[in-house]
Design a protein around this ligand. Structure first.
Ligand code: SF4
Length: 710
């Protein structure tokens, strides 16, 4: 019997990055027989807890669908196994030919928020120095971009939670806006118990979600606004705070700018007017604002404080940046950010959603969370990369624009995809798939044949979470070590190795190493002096187990709590920004009577490439189910479990009717984890937030009918 080895690592899925122990035997890469088990590990964020996804994560490692050799599409259109040296040579030759004919920006890269820090960093460098293209962006554009844009303009920096998660434990009031954490990251819920015990958990969600149910039995308040009206609701709450004199005047005067303009704009958002827009009773708006203010005052006095936390529900909108800004304005009016017992934060979604947006795989960014247009940032990164500054291209296209450019005249002819399944996860999915089909070359790196990989000309099999070294940055901005616990299949390679080999074939003018610690050390140097500064970190520091929150400049011990003394704007002040609704969600229903919100389920993660392959998770949630209210269903002649068709201006999806009173009569909900005709993104469109580039995922007008009547 093989010796059992325990490895301390973290979950492959969401941003909570629960600590886990992987137990496996020593085995050879061609021996697939040893059982691998996962158990929860004590850690401040998950306290030994895991959700169903985490518990079953080991099932991905030995899955029969695992890709174990590169695949190359032949002239007959069939993907067949090929040798690594042949496919890499072919890719480099095709890239050079495409760029010679169509220009450097005809080649693009699409990354992912699940890639380790080392991979995210190297991918940005690979795009700019090996492929010499400006076109790189990633799927975090669909996830955190509105929160990031709002955080940057208010605070001068964006770190999901600018405080340790444990700080929430002592809160008396927590306002959760658009987050169903009880389903998406269940171990997080234990940090809400203090607020529940105080009757101060406030959940804003059009659905009576698992998280909304945590407010029941006197534990808090559930506000159920019309989808797309969160901004009006937040303005109403802020109106009450200002008109009733509940603001923290001392905080506003000493630590912020912009109060007067914001306060002036709030005058017209009285609760009765907001009730007419949102459907939330004016009495509830007033009571909620007063509850928040009580918590804020208690926190300012050193007692249990108040926190405002946002999630994708209010961020994934074509006005997501302004809506998140309204949440931050409310927090600033109450004096929450940058204080010891209260705060504002956003709950990052993807596994490395925080790190993924710091190291340069965004169209407008260089490592260290630097702007690619900033001459000083360019000069610093060029010096670390040992290249002239003009070797670094300028800003590229945000994700939706990049995907819209696929195959278009003057657009993208070749796309590299790492850690994303855009055929399922991108909005307006049928148009994206048309774009993918029109490419001259599609190269996908994945460990399963995802719906995107199946369309590729070349598929590169890569390593999984428990097979390689690396780091991720969790929702607190805390850098964690992922460690190898099992050997990978013999034919799979790390993405760092792939980029190293392609960079060599493409004569890249800088270092590309397959060694994660080498790339981490370079990332740390490149980040030095930036907002997300990792320069005091290396694997030895991380392995010593110190809590490592960025910024962690050389010689420091990191920053668990940001903003206690100063905000990151040059003035040191936080900025309140006036915002008001541009989009009338009620008018949006004119072309179709119902508003579709897409979102996640407990059992699945992202596009489902991984979790749909775990039998127990698939058995629990096997396919697309549209949640709709029984009264709505009755009007439409639809019964529970009936096959239905959902139609929007962008496409059509098929699902099974799931009747529930947990949803408003004007709203339907469809999870986005499924492919084929059940893909929710066949229905979503390409409208984006003008500041962040975030697509509209939560208020798509749709019609619903029984399949039998269609
Ligand atoms: Fe993994 Fe997130 Fe579940 Fe924790 S909550 S086990 S990190 S999926």
């Amino acid at each position: 019997m093989a010796e059992q080895v325990e490895t301390a690592t973290h979950c492959p899925y969401c941003a909570l990055q629960c600590a886990m122990t992987v137990t496996a035997g020593h085995r050879h890469s061609d021996d697939r027989s040893d059982a691998v088990t996962v158990t929860g590990r004590e850690f401040p964020t998950n306290r030994g807890g895991l959700c169903r996804k985490g518990w079953s994560a080991a099932e991905l490692l030995h899955h029969p669908d695992r890709l174990t050799a590169p695949l190359l599409r032949g002239a007959d259109g069939v993907l067949r196994e090929a040798a690594w040296e042949d496919v890499l040579q072919l890719i480099s030759e095709r890239v050079q030919a495409i760029q010679a004919q169509h220009g450097r920006d005809a080649v693009a890269v699409f990354g992912g928020g699940g890639l380790t820090n080392e991979k995210a960093y190297t991918l940005g460098k690979f795009a700019r120095l090996a492929l010499r293209t400006s076109r790189i962006d990633y799927n975090g554009r669909f996830c955190m971009s509105s929160a990031a844009a709002a955080g940057n303009r208010a605070f001068g920096v964006d770190r999901g939670l600018p405080f340790p998660l444990e700080d929430l434990d002592t809160a008396s009031v927590v306002l959760l806006l658009g987050s169903n954490a009880a389903d998406t990251m269940p171990p997080f819920v234990q940090h809400l118990r203090g607020a529940q015990a105080a009757g101060g958990l406030i959940v804003v969600d059009p659905r009576r979600s698992a998280t909304a149910r945590l407010t029941e039995q006197g534990k808090g308040v559930h506000l159920q606004p019309t989808p797309g009206t969160d901004l009006a609701l937040l303005l109403g709450l802020a109106h009450v705070v200002v008109t009733e004199g509940l603001e923290d005047r001392r905080f506003l005067e000493s630590r912020t700018r912009g109060y007067d303009d914001v306060a002036r704009g709030l005058a017209r958002w009285w609760p009765e007017r907001v009730q007419g827009i949102t459907g939330v009773p004016a009495t509830a708006i007033r009571a909620t604002a007063r509850l928040l203010a009580r918590g804020a005052r208690s926190g300012a006095d050193g007692g249990p404080g108040a926190y405002i936390l946002t999630g994708r529900g209010i961020e994934q909108h074509a006005d997501g940046t302004d809506t998140t800004t309204a949440a931050i304005n409310l927090a600033l009016l109450l004096g929450l950010p940058g204080t010891l017992h209260s705060g504002y934060g956003t709950l990052t979604g993807q596994g490395n959603g925080q790190g993924g947006r710091e190291h340069g795989q965004k169209a407008d960014q260089l490592p260290g969370y630097r702007k690619i247009t900033d001459p000083a940032a360019r000069a610093h990164v060029a010096s670390v990369w040992n290249v002239p500054e003009d070797a670094i291209p300028g800003p590229g296209l945000p994700a939706v624009e990049l995907l819209a450019s696929l195959g278009r005249p003057g657009g993208t002819r070749c796309l590299f995809v790492h850690g994303a399944n855009i055929a399922v996860s991108a909005p307006n999915a049928s148009t994206v798939m048309d774009g993918l089909r029109s490419l001259d070359l599609l190269v996908v790196s994945d460990f399963f044949l995802s719906e995107t990989a199946v369309m590729a000309d070349v598929v590169l099999p890569v390593l999984q979470w428990a097979e390689e070294e690396g780091t991720v940055t969790n929702l607190e901005g805390r850098i964690l070590r992922r460690r190898p616990a099992v050997l990978p299949p013999a034919g799979a390679r790390s993405e760092l190795w792939i980029m190293q080999e392609l960079a060599r074939l493409l004569d890249a003018p800088s270092l590309f190493s397959e060694d994660p610690s080498t790339m981490f050390d370079e990332l740390a140097r490149a980040s030095a002096g930036g907002l997300a500064d990792y320069s005091g970190l290396d694997y030895a520091v991380l392995d010593a187990g110190v809590p490592a929150y960025w910024p962690y400049p050389s010689g420091s011990t990191g920053t668990p709590r940001l903003f206690l003394d100063t905000f990151a704007h040059p003035s040191g002040h936080a900025v309140l920004v006036p915002v008001s609704p541009r989009i009338d969600a009620n008018a949006a229903r004119v072309p179709a009577p119902l508003l579709l919100a897409t979102g996640r389920l407990l059992e699945h993660y992202q596009s489902g490439t991984q979790t749909r392959r775990v039998p127990e998770l698939l058995a629990a949630q096997p396919g697309a189910r549209l949640q709709l209210h029984p009264a709505t269903a009755q009007d439409l002649g639809i019964s529970q479990g009936e096959a239905i068709v959902v139609t929007s201006a962008h496409g059509e999806a098929h699902a099974v009717a799931d009747l529930t009173t947990d949803i408003r009569q004007d709203t339907v909900f469809l999870a986005f984890h499924y492919a084929g005709s059940g893909s929710a993104n066949l229905l979503t469109g390409s409208a984006t937030d003008p500041v962040s580039g975030m697509p509209e995922f939560k208020t798509t007008p749709v019609r619903v009918s029984a399949l039998s009547a269609h």
